[in-house]
Ligand binder design. Structure first.
Ligand code: MTE
Length: 322
């Protein structure tokens, strides 16, 4: 465990919340993002491999308001950054933080393509410029039946997508993660997945106010192992829909191919809404292990976001469209 004790002390109480704000005012956001070498000097966790925070990032992080908050206790920083799924960096839970430095996030650009009036290739800086940051505490439920509670920082995906003026023919939006054939990431040398990692959402799911583009967590720049420099967070769907390290966004008319569905369509559907009543063919989805807890807890329909998203699926057979 790191000596940088965000952990429980960073969690839910008002006192701790303000303590964190003071910490950030002291410029800690920048210091925390310096990466492994300087982190050691500062007595911080060596697990944090992240780009330095830009002045724009620091300003927005300080101003970020908590907008949507899960009541659950937060997972600590070490859990969130040392127990990951990021196949590009390896298949075991600890590979992503061990191999995090293999992911180079500067320079970074995102190509926006397909059925929209304003396609283009944007540098990360241009992509982030118009967006203020919010902090959102969301539950993340992995299809493997574990879960965490994570304080993300970022902005609604809808605000980003609207800038490109999608046409009415755009019924879906497809996403891709970095894949450079000439310089594959450690996990991309194997053929566990047909690279690049791909995900997609129906347009109304993408525009739902809960759907979030995260660029940070715990008030800091997103660590590489969590999908730097920007990743999707769709809290009512199984975690694999929340694609990391995005380089391409494409507006399309047909349901796009997605990585886990390509790999095993009987086990991983396109929708993949968290649903305790639809078991994975090889295990139950009724319960989950919250990382850091001993007893399993009940899994909630739509991961507890039923009020916000059930309307998206009215009239659909959720057993069939899993
Ligand atoms: N995105 C990419 N590009 N590659 C991946 O392997 N894994 C997914 C998702 N996004 C994955 C990905 C899975 S299975 C989960 S559960 C979440 O990321 C885990 O996010 P976390 O490691 O930040 O907790």
């Amino acid at each position: 465990m790191s000596r940088f004790c965000l952990k429980e002390s960073f969690v839910t109480s008002e006192t701790d919340y303000y303590r964190r704000r003071d910490f950030m005012r002291l410029g800690a956001v920048n210091a925390l993002a310096l990466g492994a070498a300087s982190a050691g000097m500062l007595g911080l966790s060596s697990s944090v491999t992240a780009s330095p925070a830009s002045p724009d990032f620091i300003r927005k992080a300080k101003a970020a308001k908590k907008t949507i908050v899960a009541d659950d206790k937060l997972n600590d920083f070490d859990d969130i950054t040392q127990y990951n799924n990021f196949y590009e960096l390896g298949t075991s839970k600890t590979d992503p933080y061990k191999n995090a430095s293999a992911l180079i996030t500067d320079p970074w650009s995102v190509s926006v393509e397909g059925l929209c009036a304003k396609p283009g290739k944007l540098t990360l800086e241009d992509l982030l410029k118009p967006h203020d940051f919010e902090e959102r505490i969301y539950r993340l439920r992995c299809v493997e039946a574990w879960s965490m509670v994570i304080p993300w920082m970022g902005f609604p995906l809808a605000d980003l997508l609207k800038r490109f003026e999608p046409s009415t023919d755009a019924k879906y939006v497809a996403f891709e993660t970095l894949y450079d054939k000439g310089r594959p990431l450690p996990g991309q040398r194997g053929r566990s997945i047909r690279w690049p990692y791909r995900e997609g959402l129906r347009m109304d799911e993408a525009m739902n106010p809960l759907t979030f583009m995260a660029v940070g967590l715990y008030g800091k720049v997103l660590p590489n192992q969590n999908g730097a420099p920007l990743r999707l967070v769709v809290p009512w769907k199984y975690g694999f829909k929340s694609i990391k390290s995005i380089v391409k966004i494409k507006f399309v008319s047909e349901q796009p191919e997605t990585s886990w569905n390509q790999l095993q369509s009987r086990e991983y559907g396109f929708y993949s809404n968290v649903n305790p009543a639809v078991n994975h063919p090889r295990w139950s989805q009724a319960r989950e292990r919250r990382i850091g807890e001993l007893r399993k807890r009940r899994t909630l329909m739509f991961n507890g976001y039923e009020k916000e998203v059930a309307g998206l699926y009215k009239g659909m057979d959720l057993q069939r469209y899993f």
